[in-house]
Design a protein around this ligand. Sequence first.
Ligand code: FES
Length: 460
Amino acid sequence: MTSAHPDGPVAFTFEGRTLSARPGQSIASAILQSGTPVLTRSFKYRRPRGYTCGYDICGNCPVTVDGLPGVTSCTTPVRGGEVVRRERGWPSADRDLLRATDLMARFVPAGFQFRLFRSRPRLAHLAEKVMGRVAGAGRFPTPQAARAVRTRTEVDVADVLVAGGGVSGCAAALGAAGSGASVTLVHPGRLGGRGSARDSIVTYGRETAPAAEVAGRLASAVLAHDGIRVVDGFVMSYFETGVIPVVADGLVLECRPKHLVVATGSYDVPGLFPGNDKPGVVLADGVGKLLRVDRVVPWRRAVVMTDGDRGRALADQLEQAGVEVVAIVVQQGAGASPEPGAGPADRQLDDERVLLGTVRAARGARVLRAVDVEVDGRVRTIRADLLCVALAPRPANDLALQRQYVAAGTTQAVGGGWAGADLSSSTPGLSVVGSAAGWTSDDPDRAHAVGAAAGSAQEK
Ligand code: FES
């Protein structure tokens, strides 16, 4: 277990132990670094949950910080001096006796209370209440914690609302503000987005620079710009009335922008196999974030599951960080190309780590210990403490779709084969940029131009 940058540590208390972290390092990464892979338990079946996405998407990492429950530990930086503990699990998240629920899962399948008490709805609701109590959700441990989450409401009157503060969102915000529009940019946590955790090179003007450098430069420019209000929060949805609620710490913003720029990036797609929720199964951007942003390497042996070139790039990063990559499994049927020599699988055949096969299961009683991989009809069990799932990401275009539904008056009109960039340009008041629009690489110049067009339209 190593930390590449141990300088200037700050200390915090985790379940009675004093842990140290670099300032700005996420709480989850510091807990992982201390040798604790289980961050919480699932609500009902009490299955162990660990660091998975790294970007506040999967819900697998809530902890209680200074009495405030439900804090997303993968995106919350260590301040120093806080008291952190895990939630759920009796007597602890590591050894939860209520895990027995999972062993009896076939007797209490999802929604069992509605089937069992179909004719007695009161009993169904009672069962739900009991399950909620056992899960420990929805209750504040202290009155102070309850007071801490009270919110105030405010109306935001910016011309342009940019949802997402990654490379494309920052560039679009700068473009809009540069053309004279007032801009509000909403992003959870540190600006820069996933670009800062990726290895890819992005273009910026005539220069070519590493993604992290460009993301940092754009983030600094946004923070220094008087015409851009940066809100640390997230956009909830697009309402039919044109209202877009934004939830931030202690604040609900009621936004009514003339133009919405969706720059919400993409989601990593999880692999479908038994045990895919085990601590140690981590999505590609989560791995990249730990290595590049948090600079923590809590693994020794890795299997990488991929359907393209992304897997090999991550495998190389892991090896540079000191992790032994024992296999890169190129999923059969997903990554192999029918044209010999043209597809990612063929290009990787010269790499002895590559297996053309299928991940069949993640094994381990509590955390990942091994991965079952099927190759040519035979299943091999490969010992590993990390299974990195590096499949092609899906555009996070939900907000744009909601805007489309409202514009079209129906979900049918835009269901199915929605192509983000085309439809966004045909819907007044909406732009989609970056990977949310299906762009396959970062292009801040293009996003800047989209933002500038959105901003200058407000002058007419
Ligand atoms: S929400 Fe934190 S790891 Fe996914």
